[in-house]
Design a protein around this ligand. Sequence first.
Ligand code: ATR
Length: 295
Amino acid sequence: MRALGFASYFPLGEIAAKTACHLRLTMHHKNMTDKYAVIGNPVSHSKSPLIHALFAQQTGQDISYEAIEAPLDGFAATIERLRKEGYKGCNVTVPFKFEAFNCAAELSERAQTAQAVNTLSCEGERLIGDNTDGAGLVRDIEQNRGVTLQGRRVLLMGAGGASYGVVLPLLTAGATITIANRTASKAVELAAKFSGVTGGSYKDLAGMQFDVVINATSAGLADSAVPLPDGIFAPGALAYDMMYGRETPFMAFARAQGAMVADGLGMLVEQAAEAFYIWRGVRPETAPVIAALRG
Ligand code: ATR
């Protein structure tokens, strides 16, 4: 009865024409929407789709951004498929940042120094690799935490992938860097890539003080403490953990020592903003996005 009434109001021909018009509009819209993604394994927990959706909304950019899990042995194939499907760019997360580095035909200086890529741009057949992690860290420390790095004594804990990504941007910001690592030889090796950077073990830190202490180790994942001596924080020092989502033993220690404490959520949003800027040429405001993520 209802169907009959509907048909008498909208003759079939008109419905077909309306539908065709709607489809054309949808297809037109689809063609306009530039596609992006974050690739990782696992990746379902990633906050990047939400962050980029908020950036797109705020700046009026017509993009889509999804999380894609690549098989552990299938990163290159996944990137190749996305490129053929017309994706404009990807963020790359654990464990593929080194593979992304190897896939890129062109690399920025900061990606070369980091020996890792977290942002890929597809320009026709070519993949351009960049690394925005260090810029994100520096921006979070300076803009959001109000700590100038110029001339500051910075202790970087850890000599794995996370540390490799941030040394050059910290140096460029004017910091004086000491790297400490459980396996001291790795800290020495990383430090030797830069002039004026020293590396060693945690024991070497006895009697030293720092204005900014950055935890780039994965110790917090296992709820382990990093063996820092008492008195390591200069008055008013910033203790920065690249992890976010919970209080790590490093953060608890720093709090007890009277340091100002920051987690890595701001860095996550800032590295995303830097990637958004590379792709879209527009720099989103990060403060409202960080606030939204903190809920
Ligand atoms: P990522 O890419 O996240 O940096 P990684 O390359 O595996 O991961 O490096 C992990 C870093 O955390 C290393 O510097 C590691 O020290 P070692 O080189 O001695 O292994 C550091 N790390 C992990 N667990 C730690 C712990 N319990 N105490 C101190 N350092 C730790």
